[in-house]
Design a binder for this molecule. Structure first.
Ligand SMILES: C[S@@+](CC[C@H](N)C(=O)[O-])C[C@H]1O[C@@H](n2cnc3c(N)ncnc32)[C@H](O)[C@@H]1O
Length: 505
């Protein structure tokens, strides 16, 4: 909007002069753009909260470019172009400033934090805009009237206060199922605050699409809204490097039925029909895929059974008190050695000795693992985008060791199948499938159980098991690499995948 920008520059110039003259309404701020003002507030708040406090409160303020992008996606995909705009968690005003810059003028905001609202007011003034800002709890406030458009970055993190959990479960029964994510409550609340046909565009973690415990939430969202857009925005928060977020745009029903616009990093992917979202709302929405990637996943599923039906998939042992139970030394006598995430490299253990101390209260959990070989799996943190990047690392753990809960474990009574599963999980086709399915940072057994195991592998695991054993024994990187390629080829053929399908994706 050139006019708006022009106006902003003019207002900024006036304000610059006023600040030089010490205007008390500006709180003595030297930095003058709305963005700089918001950024300074963000810095001060994070310093005051500290890293832990901030994570607890789930407060990550939105960079201006990201707020502008979410708003642009909402305006483009929702069919709502103007009217009454609300940010129910306005904070220092990043989204309302973006809305003002986009030419929207009927702006409203709630927040619990009066300091943040003061900054939002100043930032909007610097853009030549005003908003009605109210200190209020957006989850409880009775609004004067429904709005046309909500744009917001609500707080994240789990709700730990019992009374707040009880309130949220009463208000939004679809949050049942375990931990309650704060942002999930705001997804549902936003749908109460917009008019039918109005849109809610929220910047939220994308885990609600994949988590099995979020099935009721997905069902409720799809019952109340058309999903206009799901856009992966990566990890935009400098202070929360592992938090992957998306712009989700919901249009409250009744509304025009539409296919969901899906994109990642500015690149459009395959759209998803409402029918597919309804059909898969219990299992999860795995939508960040191109048309060719969808074909690849479909072909892999067609020749497979879920891992959960081929072996037992479980968590490693949770001690509840690692400083007490995990001794950093070699086991002595009949003591038990422990394996954690740090000990796993592909196909092998690089063990940093750990011993189980004070085992009595954990006897039942230990018992479950001792006496049989398992494959231990860990998720590694990588931002690599190449299709062959490894997201999972796995190795066979001996019958006398116990895996800790940083690992998931696969076990079955059949050693050939177990070794074949090791090669299967380390192979590129499977890593690729896993990555196309979820962006979640953890390897939860629930997600592993859904991975496709070729029926041909279960019929005859011997070839892959043999390759896995060779690979585990390979010392030289060159031979390990050559074996990796042979294992990939073997797994592709067990899935019955054609070169055309693989190359296209
Ligand atoms: C993640 S910050 C986002 C702020 C701003 N919208 C942005 O994008 O930069 C979340 C904001 O929500 C506010 N907040 C948390 N719980 C709230 C509630 N129940 N009602 C209103 N505001 C709330 C916090 O004070 C904080 O300012």
């Amino acid at each position: 909007m050139p006019e708006a920008r022009h106006e902003e520059d003019r207002v900024s110039a006036v304000l610059r002069r006023r600040v030089r003259c010490g205007d008390p309404h500006l709180g003595g701020c030297g930095a003058l753009s709305a963005d700089a003002l918001i950024a300074r507030f963000e810095e001060e708040r994070s310093r005051a909260l500290g890293r832990f406090g901030r994570k607890q409160a789930g407060l990550y303020y939105t960079p201006p470019t990201v707020a502008a992008e979410v708003l642009a996606i909402a305006l483009r995909t929702s069919g709502v172009e103007d009217g009454r705009v609300l940010d129910p968690c306005a904070g220092a005003g990043a989204f309302l400033v973006a809305a003002a810059r986009a030419g929207l003028r009927d702006l409203h905001g709630f927040d619990l934090d009066p300091g943040a609202l003061r900054v939002a007011r100043q930032a909007l003034r610097l853009c030549g805009a005003t908003a009605r800002l109210r200190r209020a709890d957006a989850l409880r406030v009775v609004p004067r009237q429904p709005v046309d458009l909500i744009v917001s970055n609500p707080p994240y993190g789990h709700v730990s206060v019992a009374a707040e959990r009880a309130f949220l479960l009463r208000a939004f029964p679809a949050l049942r199922g375990g931990e309650i994510d704060r942002y999930a409550a705001f997804l549902l609340r936003a749908l109460q605050l917009v008019r039918p046909g109005g849109a809610a565009a929220l910047l939220v973690p994308d885990t609600w699409m994949f988590l099995s415990r979020s099935g009721a939430l997905r069902q409720e969202v799809i019952a109340q809204a058309e999903v206009a857009a799901l856009v992966d925005l990566g990890k935009p928060f400098a202070s929360a490097k592992d938090t992957r977020v998306q712009a989700v745009v919901l249009v409250r029903r009744p509304a025009l039925a539409r296919a969901t616009y899906v994109a990642t990093r500015g690149k459009p992917l395959a759209t998803v029909s409402r029918g597919e979202l309804v059909a898969t709302s219990a299992r999860g929405w795995f939508v960040y895929r191109s048309a060719a990637e969808r074909d690849l996943c479909r072909a892999m599923e067609a020749s497979s059974v879920p891992l959960g039906s081929a072996c037992e998939v479980g968590y490693g042992m949770r001690t509840g008190n690692n400083p007490r139970h995990v001794g950093r030394r070699e086991p002595r006598g009949r003591e038990i050695g422990l394996i954690g995430g740090e000990d796993i490299v592909p196909y092998a253990l690089r063990w940093r000795p750990k011993t189980l101390l004070h085992p009595s209260p954990l006897a039942r959990l230990v018992e479950r693992q001792l006496g049989s070989e398992r494959v231990a799996v860990q998720r590694i943190r990588t931002n690599a985008l190449v299709p062959w990047a490894r997201w999972l690392e796995a190795a066979v753990v001996g019958r006398d060791r116990v895996c800790l809960d940083s690992l998931s474990t696969l076990s079955c009574g059949n050693p050939e199948r177990l070794w074949a599963l090791l090669a299967w999980i380390q192979a590129v086709p499977l890593q690729r499938y896993h990555r196309l399915r979820t962006t979640d940072v953890n390897v939860k057994p629930g997600a592993l159980r859904e991975l496709p195991v070729p029926r041909a592998l279960l019929d005859d695991p011997s070839r892959l098991a043999e390759l896995a054993r060779e690979r585990a024994a390979a010392d030289a990187p060159a031979s390990a690499h050559a074996l990796d390629r042979r294992i990939d080829a073997c797994v592709y053929s067990l899935f019955g995948l054609t070169g055309r399908l693989v190359d296209a994706s």
